[in-house]
Design a protein around this ligand. Structure first.
Ligand code: ADP
Ligand code: MG
Length: 887
């Protein structure tokens, strides 16, 4: 899986993935077996609304029908009095999940729902069957919708929005959903935010900031995600602040509606909860504070984030607005007030009937809910009804709405992304830390060296000064003594009283002078030895300096190593982003196969450039990598100590070598020699395979072929073939030799170094790809030989026959694999063109194959060539006549 691209950081890549059984371990209700969509009603084993997305596993998602529950409100005080003498307009059969709508005293219609909730159903139960499965899906990374539909006063707000502060058992779906979410997520790693808005007369107003009353809807054209970027988004850390927020929203809703002179029952309230979770365990080995930086280069994956969005919608009352305007609206206003709700009805009808056109764009509500109906979200609808027979008409139409919504089929998709940004951020922090540390070290060493140098120089100049001073002092002293002695002698010389006495005195003086001179000489020696000592201490200073210089060099060396690691990091980053791009392209194309192997795919991309539109971009990326890291650096990494680095580097070189424009540069920079060295020295099969592949690519060029031969390439390739176990390695080696076989100038040398024997040796593996390369090599060789024979530069039997290739050729001449067969057919034709080979070919059974080729070969050119060869050879003709075969 290694293809490379320059490491510029792409944003997130969306990966829509269908829900699997394991992705929802908490929700037992999700795991029940699905019934086919046509069966109308489905019930999960736990009796909840939870559907069953586990079965179908494909890119389009998992089918998840919209689940619908019906809830009956208990009679209120007024109804208890006014309807005292009348029966309820509905009769519920919760255990059968049925509802009977009375037509009159003796007749009723029966409807089935996913869940039937009587007037006694507790808020807790309603939450568990209607909303809990949706909340669990959202926590697993899906979108989810919970919605209430019904006539004003039937309990929509009670079901969804009740805060339950006086009576905790009355807590509604919004409050309970948030409790479950807060319990499940981790506040350190996950994030949770909500917005709360209302839609009235096609205008969206922020309930958390009422001044913000013209919010627009944004749709992401790529993912289809719908959002309200203008609405206030509040991070939620605890339940208390969420309840406060709901209360604030409710107050604003009330105030806004009073100001507009409308009723809240005419507006739709929309709560959006966004849950962003990082998936544990995906972040494998990038430890942020690990100072041993060779660890950093090991493989790592970007973390995955799941982004589920829960939308809770308290719809406007479903009763028809009185067209006479008795609520104080003009007819135009009345139309606008109802627009969103009636558009929702139309969309649901269209979806229920599988109509090709769904008028999603007709209203803001349907645009906001496009993922909830016919989209990728898990959707649960609760339709609320009242018991009073006076509202039978509205109740009936509410029930019909619920029935149609049950037919809407969604395809659930997980919302998962690779979090490249956070990975990139962490890598950059690491990099900066290393660079700063390196800079500090370098500075400290430079300072230390400067200090020692200065100190050494000071010591030397001080010693020199001391020496000069002492010498000068002694010199002056002796000069003075000498002058005094002379003076004394002169004085004594004048009165010649007693020559003898004088002579004696002079003798004494001379002795005295001699003694003094001895002392002076000793003093000079003493000074000299002192000077010697100073020189020694200077030498010690010098060796200290040398030591420091060595340390500085080591530091420099380490810097180079760090730069190499940085280069590898960059190239890995590039590789990652390429893989991500590749994955995304795969996903875009809808393919589900895995990404092609690096070297093979790269080679094939280079050889079939017309196949890929993105080819130019990849070439540019490789070129950029080239510039950024530098070929010499990449080549030097081939000899790195760390085996992972070596593998990585040889892959990069192989990828570069697949590009014709890079080949010359690689060879010039000594890459070919390095690759051959790698073949000789490495025991790693991956390295050998990739290096052989690179050599095979370089061996397509004639100059390189000579270079490969000159550097002992044949014996290295033979040795690799002997030790290799992986057929792909053998394929690369055989491909390289096959290319060399096609060079006219190298025929004799190639054979002399065992090239043909090495080729034949590889057929033991039996893999068709390897056999095809062997056959191609033989055909190339036979063709060159044939040319040489024709030009008269070669006489005597074919070297192929000499080296015993004929039995294998004959045996595979009719191979089922067409690449093998074609090459061998050509080789046979070339061999047959020269009479010297004819006898061996007849005795080896090749004549029969030639006859077969001249008759049956599907390629006309080969058939004709075989025929011409047979008819022009007297030896073959004689044999055919002897066997009485016409040709
Ligand atoms: P809607 O939002 O559909 O207009 P409400 O939720 O405001 O209706 O309910 C109208 C009245 O009925 C409220 O006083 C509410 O407390 C009460 N009510 C609704 N459903 C129930 C129920 N299941 N049990 C008790 N009271 C309810
Ligand atoms: Mg309400």
């Amino acid at each position: 899986m290694a293809t490379y691209r320059n490491g510029n950081h792409k944003g997130s890549v969306k990966v829509d993935r269908p829900l699997s059984i394991n992705s929802s371990p908490k929700s037992s209700s999700f795991k029940s077996k699905p019934s086919p969509p046509s069966s109308g009603l489905r019930r999960s084993s736990s009796g909840s609304l939870g559907g069953s997305p586990a079965a179908a596993k494909n890119d389009a998602g998992v089918p998840g029908r919209v689940r619908v529950a019906v809830r009956l409100r208990p009679r209120n005080a007024e109804e208890l009095v006014a309807d005292a003498d009348f029966a309820d307009c509905v009769e519920l059969q919760p255990e059968l999940k049925r509802l009977k709508l009375r037509k009159n005293n003796w007749d009723s219609d029966t409807f089935e729902f996913d869940e039937v909730l009587t007037e006694f159903a507790s808020q807790k139960r309603v939450y568990e069957v209607v909303a809990k499965p949706v909340v669990e899906s959202v926590l697993d990374g899906y979108n989810g919708t919970v919605m209430a539909y019904g006539q004003t006063g039937t309990g929509k707000t009670y079901t969804l929005g009740q805060l339950g502060e006086e009576d905790t058992a009355a807590r509604g779906i919004m409050v309970r959903a948030m409790e479950d979410i807060l319990e499940d997520i981790s506040l350190e790693t996950d994030s949770l935010s909500v917005s709360y808005s209302q839609l009235y007369m096609e205008t969206i107003q922020d309930l958390l900031d009422p001044a913000n009353d013209n919010i627009s809807i944004m749709e992401d054209p790529k993912t289809g995600d719908v959002s309200l970027p203008g609405a206030t988004l509040v991070e939620i850390r605890d339940q208390q602040s969420f309840v406060e927020l709901l209360r604030l929203g409710e107050a604003h809703r009330f105030a806004a509606n009073t100001k507009l002179n409308t009723e809240s029952s005419r507006s739709h309230a929309i709560l959006m909860v966004q849950v962003k979770r990082s998936v544990k365990g995906s972040d494998s080995s990038l430890s942020s504070d690990n100072s041993n930086n060779s660890h950093m280069v090991k493989t790592f994956k970007p973390p995955i984030v799941r982004k589920g969005k829960l939308v809770v919608v308290d719809l406007a009352g479903s009763e028809r607005i009185n067209k006479s305007g008795s609520e104080g609206h003009t007819l135009e206003e009345a139309k606008s007030i109802n627009l969103s709700l009636s558009a929702l009805g139309k969309c649901i009808n269209a979806l229920a009937e599988n109509s090709t056109h769904v008028p999603v764009r007709d209203s803001k509500l349907t645009r906001l809910l496009r993922d909830s109906f016919g989209g990728t979200a898990r959707t649960s609808l609760v339709v609320t009804i009242g018991p009073s027979p006076r509202h039978r008409g509205e109740t009936a139409s509410t029930i019909m709405f619920g029935q149609r919504a049950m037919k809407v089929e969604n395809m659930l998709k997980i919302k998962e992304e690779f979090d490249y940004k956070s990975l990139c951020r962490r890598l950059e922090v690491q990099l900066d830390k290393l660079v700063a540390e390196h800079e500090r070290h370098q500075k400290a060493f430079e300072d230390e060296v400067e200090r020692i140098t200065l100190e050494g120089q000071n010591n030397i100049s001080k010693a020199e000064q001391n020496y000069a001073d002492a010498l000068e002092k002694e010199r002056l002293k002796y000069q003075k003594d000498y002058m005094e002695s002379i003076k004394k002698l002169e004085e004594q010389w004048v009165p010649v009283v007693s020559v003898v006495e004088d002579v004696v005195e002079l003798k004494n003086m001379l002795q005295n002078e001699t003694r003094l001179r001895k002392i002076a000489e000793e003093e000079v020696n003493n000074l000299r030895s002192q000077l010697e000592q100073w020189k020694r201490s200077e030498a010690a200073g010098n060796s200290e300096m040398l030591k420091l210089r060595k340390m500085l060099e080591d530091e420099e060396h380490q810097k180079v190593k760090l730069e190499e690691e940085i280069a590898i990091l960059q190239s890995q980053l590039f590789q990652l982003s390429f893989e991500a791009d590749e994955t995304r392209r795969k996903l875009d194309r809808g393919g589900s196969g895995k990404v092609l192997g690096g070297l093979d795919s790269l080679i094939s991309q280079v050889r079939h450039p017309q196949l890929k539109d993105s080819e130019k971009g990849e070439k540019a990326s490789i070129a950029k990598l080239f510039e950024q890291v530098g070929l010499h650096k990449i080549l030097s990494l081939l000899e790195a100590e760390d085996a992972d680095v070596r593998i990585h580097a040889v892959k990069v070189v192989a990828n570069l070598a697949a590009e014709e424009t890079n080949q010359e540069k690689i060879v010039e920079a000594g890459g070919l020699t390095s690759l051959l060295m790698l073949l000789r020295s490495s025991d790693d099969e991956t390295i050998q395979r990739v290096a052989a592949g690179a050599i095979a690519n370089l061996a397509m060029n004639e100059t390189n072929q000579e270079l490969i031969m000159a550097q002992g390439g044949i014996s290295l390739l033979s040795m690799t073939a002997t030790n290799a176990g992986d057929p792909q390695t053998l394929r690369m080696v055989a491909g390289a030799i096959a290319n060399l076989c096609g060079n006219d100038k190298l025929q004799i040398k190639l054979r002399g170094e065992g090239g043909i024997k090495a080729l034949l040796g590889m057929v033991r593996c039996g893999h068709p790809d390897v056999l095809a390369q062997v056959a191609r090599g033989i055909a190339n060789f036979a063709k060159c030989e044939s040319r040489a024979s024709t030009q008269g530069t070669k006489t005597g039997r074919s070297l192929l026959i000499e080296d015993g290739a004929l039995p294998w050729i004959v045996q595979n001449a009719n191979s089922e694999a067409s690449p093998i067969r074609r090459h061998i057919e050509l080789a046979l034709c070339h061999l047959a063109q020269h009479e010297v080979n004819a006898k061996d070919m007849i005795s080896g059974g090749a004549l029969w194959e030639l006859v077969r080729i001249s008759r049956d070969c599907s390629r006309e050119d080969i058939r004709t060539l075989a025929h011409r060869t047979l008819t022009s050879s007297p030896t073959f003709q004689a044999e055919l006549r002897r066997l009485r075969i016409d040709n």
